[in-house]
Design a protein around this ligand. Structure first.
Ligand SMILES: *Cc1c(COP(=O)(O)O)cnc(C)c1O
Length: 360
């Protein structure tokens, strides 16, 4: 048995979830978003598993180069784009496509002589106010890009929703209308939808959808779980029960004496903590799946351990397997108990965790 917490990654679940995207957006191509180590699932392994994706997107150039080094040949898009002109030959040499979202990038493309042409995704700020050119500048950027010798004909157009995970949001409707209006007079491929919009806003699917979280079987909506959208969780994070002890009513457990036993009970100690990426802010009562039943976290999360209430007559023995999230226990529930989102839990898993890949 592994001495470390284990993140088991089910590659078949990834394939299934990609199929779900295809079912939901049958007319669209799929730009699978693999930033942040494929949401903590392992960049290269996930890319290799997603054979049916049309292209991959990452945030930064080093993520793209890691994919190329591993032999991934599908198109790769840099969502943050390049940072300086010196990177342009690297993009060309590695067949990387880039988002263009500001004037400096446009000028770099205009002023750099390249031995070939780059595929560009022009990003408009339709309301997120993070990256993207202002709507008033969009046509001007589009026209100048078309004139750039370094730019491949056929400029893809994109934008990003800020509130797609809040169904019925006015903001989403406004962003969609603005984007459609800006694209209407251009015969270009367009892209707008993240996971939330793929699931609940079919009119936003356009030519390319950009799923991230849902590929891992997780719902982007705060009060839902992946299985409600016929998604399968790809990750199962587990560890082991390493100690059990009795405490009496009134005794406290863990740092800060943060939890006090109301009655006599058994406490189980599980070898996982915030040093592995388990959220330190998980509250008393956060569920843990222990050898076939749900028990509750009690006391503060430590660096290497958590404590759970086993009740007065536990049947578990030391070495029992504990699942922190996975098919038995939805990560969406854990995120709520830790006042965060599944995205952050996934990104926080540390290298102390042993990654094991299975295919079914
Ligand atoms: C992260 C990201 C996505 C994917 O978002 P999910 O909510 O994980 O589906 C899509 N587009 C852009 C620009 C992103 O940054």
């Amino acid at each position: 048995m592994s001495r470390r917490p284990v993140a088991q990654l089910n590659l078949a679940a990834l394939g299934h979830n990609l199929q779900r995207v295809q079912q939901l957006a049958p007319a669209s191509k799929i730009l699978a978003v693999l930033k942040a180590n494929a949401y903590g699932h392992g960049l290269v392994k996930v890319a290799q598993a997603l054979t049916a994706a049309d292209a991959f997107a990452v945030a930064r150039i080093d993520e793209a180069l890691a994919l190329r080094t591993a032999g991934i040949v599908k198109p790769i898009v840099l969502l943050e784009g390049f940072y300086e002109a010196a990177e342009l030959p690297v993009l060309l040499a590695n067949n990387l496509q880039t988002v263009v979202h500001n004037e400096l990038q446009l000028q770099a493309l205009e002023q750099t002589a390249l031995d070939g042409q780059l595929k560009i995704w022009l990003k408009v700020d339709s309301g997120m106010h993070r990256l993207g050119v202002a709507p008033e500048q969009f046509n001007e950027f589009y026209r100048r890009l078309w004139q750039c010798p370094a730019v491949q004909p056929g400029i893809r157009l994109m934008s990003h929703f800020c509130c797609a995970d809040m169904p019925g949001s006015d903001k989403t409707a406004q962003q969609l209308a603005l984007f459609q209006q800006l694209c209407a007079d251009k015969a270009e491929q367009c892209s707008l939808a993240n996971s939330a919009a793929i699931i609940c806003l079919p009119q936003s699917h356009c030519d390319w959808v950009r799923p991230g979280l849902m590929l891992h079987g997780i719902s982007p909506f705060a009060n839902q779980q992946g299985q409600q959208h016929q998604l399968q969780p790809a990750m199962r994070l587990s560890s082991r029960l390493i100690a059990m002890r009795q405490v009496q009513a009134g005794e406290t457990v863990g740092y800060g004496a943060y939890w006090q036993a109301e009655k006599d009970t058994w406490i189980g100690v599980i070898a996982i903590g915030y040093g592995d990426g388990y959220p330190r802010h998980a509250v008393n009562g956060t569920p843990v799946w222990l050898a076939g039943r749900e028990v509750k976290l009690v006391g503060r999360v430590s660096m290497d351990m958590i404590t759970v209430d086993l009740g007065s007559e536990p049947t578990e023995t030391i070495g029992a397997e504990a699942v922190l999230w996975g098919p038995e226990l939805a990560i969406e529930r854990i995120a709520r108990c830790a006042d965060t989102i599944p995205y952050e839990l996934l990104c926080n898993i540390t290298p102390r965790v042993d990654y094991q890949y299975i295919s079914g």
